[in-house]
Design a protein. Structure first.
Lengths: 190, 190
């Protein structure tokens, strides 16, 4: 018999994963991160965000070969020209992506091979709030429903535990469900 | 002297804008929207969201000519291969895009021509939370700072009023600052 030590699972380098956890346990200052987004209005509902630099592990991270460019827009019924997903749809994507990544990392750490992870997110909104027509409705989604389909080489109970742990540790799930303090500064020019 | 009635301002069709507001006042059921995102895991920190269909004005909206595809990822230090912005960065983008669009629409409605709108968003996070290493830190950003630069043909006071109104009515600002109830269903297969 031979034993093979897996160094990667679900596309996650588990040696690096446990090494990162150990490094942070040894020096918690490595865990301080700052992420950034730079947005510029183009025209109407079209605006664009550039993302590249961030701070991590006590320095500016310079590992990204290029910046990411994201276009936002609105569909015709919301007075846009479909130059991109709208901001509320981007929030659903952020939530889906974070839950999925958390789930994949947790499974990798716990020795579970995943074969498929899919999700559908739905957010319900009455736009009388955001349009300023009624104070009976909030501006954002009243609720978000997330439906996951997860397949892997573990019993249902273990797969459900992994999803529950991902929900418990997802950065965006935390922010979307509990809220974040936001400060807003404005500089103007006529 | 001649007077010209503007039908578009800041790239926003103001005739359609006020027409939409009047239509919803006449029939508030038109204001019910549902937005959706469909995510699929690819490998490691790489997952992809498809966005197209949504519900609005008492029907499925079929106006979008094509779907939007968004790739998420993580940088090397967070065990990914930079296949896209990470989920927390997407959340910053969603917030920037929504505040900017709200600001542009409010300015259009109030007769203000904007010439430039830029913003920088910064989110601070200690990843000991999301990595499950410490319960002293939350999973998401502790705080988000938004710095806007707004130029237009109005006095500073009016530009600041427009930003304040946008903050008050932005769907994503509402969700990110106050939180949204999220339900999560899971179907599994071994």
């Amino acid at each position: 018999m031979s034993t093979t030590v897996e160094t990667s699972r679900n596309g996650v380098d588990t040696v690096q994963l446990f090494g990162t956890l150990d490094a942070i346990k040894g020096d918690p200052s490595l865990a301080r991160f700052q992420f950034r987004a730079r947005n510029r209005w183009i025209d109407g509902a079209h605006n664009q965000t550039r993302i590249r630099d961030f701070y991590a592990a006590n320095q500016e991270d310079a590992s990204r070969a290029q910046e990411f460019v994201l276009d936002a827009g609105e569909p015709a019924i919301l007075l846009g020209k479909d130059t991109g997903p709208n901001p509320a749809e981007y929030l659903l994507h952020a939530l889906a992506a974070c839950l999925t990544t958390s789930l994949v990392y947790v499974a990798a750490a716990r020795g579970v091979h995943l074969t498929e992870v899919e999700s559908l997110l739905e957010g319900d909104m009455d736009v009388q709030g955001a349009l300023g027509l009624s104070d009976e409705y909030r501006n954002g989604f009243e609720r978000i429903r997330v439906s996951f389909r997860v397949e892997g080489d573990a019993p249902e109970e273990k797969l459900r535990e992994i999803v529950a742990r991902a929900e418990q540790r997802s950065a965006v799930f935390d922010m979307v469900t509990s809220g974040v303090p936001v400060t807003l500064d404005v500089a103007t020019a006529g």
